[in-house]
Design a protein around this ligand. Sequence first.
Ligand SMILES: Cc1ncc(COP(=O)(O)O)c(C=O)c1O
Length: 480
Amino acid sequence: MSQEKSFHMTPDEFRRCGHAVIDWIADYQSRVESFPVLSPAKPGEVRASLPEHPPGQGEPFAALMKDVENLILPGVTHWQSPNFFAYFPCNASGPAILGDLVCSGLGVQGMLWSTSPACTELETHVLDWLVGMLGLPEKFLSSSTGGGVIQDTASSAVLCALLAARERSTNYLSNEKGCDGRIVAYASTQTHSSLQKASMIAGIGGSNLRLIEVDKNFAMRPEALAGQIAADKRAGLTPSLVCATVGTTSSNAMDPIGEIAQVCREHNLWLHVDAAMSGSAMLCPEFRHFQKGVEFADSYNFNPHKWMFTNFDCSCFWVAERRALLQTLSILPEYLKNRATESGSVIDYRDWHIQLGRRFRSLKLWFVIRHYGVEGLQHHIREHVRLAQQFAEWVRSDESFELAAPVPLNLVCFRHKDGDQVNQSIMDGLNRSGDLFLTHTRLGGELTLRVCVGQTHTREQHVEKAWQRIRQEAQRLAVV
Ligand SMILES: Cc1ncc(COP(=O)(O)O)c(C=O)c1O
């Protein structure tokens, strides 16, 4: 009998190569601190090291891993280094990596309940768990009027919220007829730019996104919001959605959700709460005062892929009224019809977001929650907050530096008192050194350094070293 020709990896080969990859990842974790955190690669350098043409014949797996080591690693910025303090974190952890591997191994596409019941039901279950774990209102539970879904990013989540709000405020006519340029959305000047992009995509129009002024702590001013809504109504426009943020990207400012919710209720506006990073802190009851009023939200989003030790991508999105979201996004072509859907007794997540196809992302979240338990997650969040507060204390007591914003959780915004040029040079010098990676923002017009303590393995010694290096760099510049 002739052997059928095949180029596929056999299960035995897969086992052998798979063990090698797991060993490589474990080794990477143990030596991650030996690499410069910010990749020193110059533009085009990685590509220049790659062959111009794809291989005609398949290559040994060992050759691939050798190239990962020699060609790819030098072009990697090490987000999983404990010396990563830039932007907001993008966490990975052992259980999440393994959950993601199981997801890849199963290779499920869970667009409908019937295309993999476990993919849908585990997701619904884990999102219901998280409602309790984060102190969110019961209306977000799948057993109530709402429910949760895993989206890729907070950007997609806010787009879905905006689309549902747009539909609700136009009596579900804008999907059919298009937008008339009169729909208006509101956020603070500090709100993440993803809402601006969502406004463009949703046909609201960039100029119909009103950026409301903030107070001295960079939080939205509810009275300014109320004034703007009233003015827009007088002008015959259709106010639709307000986005409030728990922990803005620039400075971790906390919008007053309760007062904003009251304005939304007066005018029947959709309230979306974006808690992309800081939502993870709500695992700890002592931080939940930052989202006081969340019981009035129409939708809520947080990213376990930022600060809950879950690999990118994993963004949890809840709505209080799933009907509004489904009425906005449901489309059922003939080729997707099936008995389970028609019975009305299952969730089909294809209707809960933009794309049709979806991965089994709840596996990694489930692995994380079961590995750490609520206690383990709380422990590491509290530790990060403690370390950031300690860092803030060091800044306060150093006469060359000052805090630039309140430090509610794990982000410290600060600056050297000698002005923008010095702060820029401190940041550039440190990032070039490879010892740590930090980024900046502008607050009150001044260049401000940001240190965000949230990488999975960041511990006291890393934060201490970061502060030492910042001071050293400032002293070195003073001498030059
Ligand atoms: C408050 C806030 N919202 C939204 C986003 C966008 O996140 P994503 O990359 O998940 O779209 C970010 C990113 O840092 C953020 O900080």
